[in-house]
Design a binder for this molecule. Structure first.
Ligand SMILES: [Zn+2]
Length: 317
């Protein structure tokens, strides 16, 4: 075992790793590259033998209600018109999403930057109308943790949790990083702040244990995937020649097939959407069709992410 590997295992590699990572890739040793690749790893598959009431699959619908904050990261995207795109999520998209969930009588998880709650406190009241819905933590103001030191990252989350508690009335159980980007320090910070699960990583389709710095973190991962996110399909990107303005039928067939295989495998289906993206009329018709399809199959468990993480944790004790 190399000295760097030993340092990494004991969480002492900050300086050594930084030096190794600053070298051109071709000059790095296998140990140096491995230390970068394995800062956070997937541990055991935690899929339970059976889901509650012997359901075949757990379905967790999540909505990242980023409102204006997702645009404020970019200093070129702060015009009133761009802000109105975020406002659409709070004002128009979210009520449509909540009405659809009520139509099918299913719960969901809402990951909301705490500052979005401050800008739109009416969203919290709307979501609370159905007490089954879960509020998840999604940063203070959608800051990208990669731009922060470990100390600042922790301070930002502490500030965000304080604001979250002011609006929601309790601490969050679930963490989802803004832009799904984690730093090497994120898992340890999130664990120390008392979260039960993370939902930002992509090493599997099934729930798994997060390994951080070579050790089981105790944090359950409910993995996400860009395939199962509305943003890359639908969010307008001029640089991409508007390829992102996809036909809803294309996206329906991808998501339906993803669900069907999850059903066959007896695992889990986590879908991430944004009310400012999915909340447009023709896309909501597609989501309605998808939920109808999932509801037409027997033994599907619709649950919040916190319920799935709690069941997974209980089943693996
Ligand atoms: Zn977000």
């Amino acid at each position: 075992m190399s000295a760097l590997r030993i340092l990494t295992l004991f969480g002492l590699c900050a300086t050594a790793c930084a030096e190794a990572q600053s070298l051109p890739r071709w000059q790095q040793s296998p140990e140096q590259i491995r230390s970068t690749a394995s800062q956070v790893r997937a541990g055991a598959d935690l899929t339970p033998q059976a889901w509650p009431n012997f359901a075949r699959v757990a379905v967790g619908l999540s909505f990242d209600v980023d409102t204006e904050l997702v645009w404020l990261e970019d200093t070129d995207m702060q015009s009133p018109s761009t802000m109105s795109r975020g406002e659409y999520g709070a004002r128009t998209g979210l009520p449509r999403v909540l009405a659809l969930l009520a139509k099918y009588d299913i719960p969901a998880t809402f990951f909301i930057p705490s500052m979005s709650m401050e800008l739109h406190p009416e969203m919290v009241r709307m979501i609370k109308t159905d007490p089954r819905h879960e509020f998840g933590f999604h940063s203070y103001a959608h800051e990208n943790p990669l731009a922060l030191s470990a100390a600042d990252e922790r301070a930002a989350y502490e500030k965000g949790i304080e604001l979250f508690v002011k609006h929601v009335g309790s601490r969050p159980q679930g963490f989802r990083s803004a832009a799904w980007d984690l730093t090497p320090a994120t898992i340890e910070i999130v664990k120390a702040l008392g979260f039960a699960y993370d939902s930002s990583m992509m090493a599997d389709d099934r729930p798994y244990m997060l390994i951080s710095e070579g050790r089981e973190s105790g944090l359950i991962e409910l993995p996400v995937e860009w395939i199962l996110d509305d943003w890359p399909y639908f969010q307008l990107d001029w640089a991409d020649g508007q390829n992102s303005m996809r036909n809803a039928d294309d996206v329906y067939s991808i998501w339906r097939d993803e669900f069907d295989v999850a059903y066959e495998e007896g695992t889990m289906f986590i879908l991430t959407m944004h009310p400012q993206v999915i909340g447009h009329r023709y896309r909501m018709k597609m989501l309605d069709r998808l939920i109808e399809h999932m509801k037409s199959r027997p033994d599907v468990w619709f649950a919040t992410h916190a319920q799935i993480a709690a069941f997974v944790s209980q089943s693996n004790k």
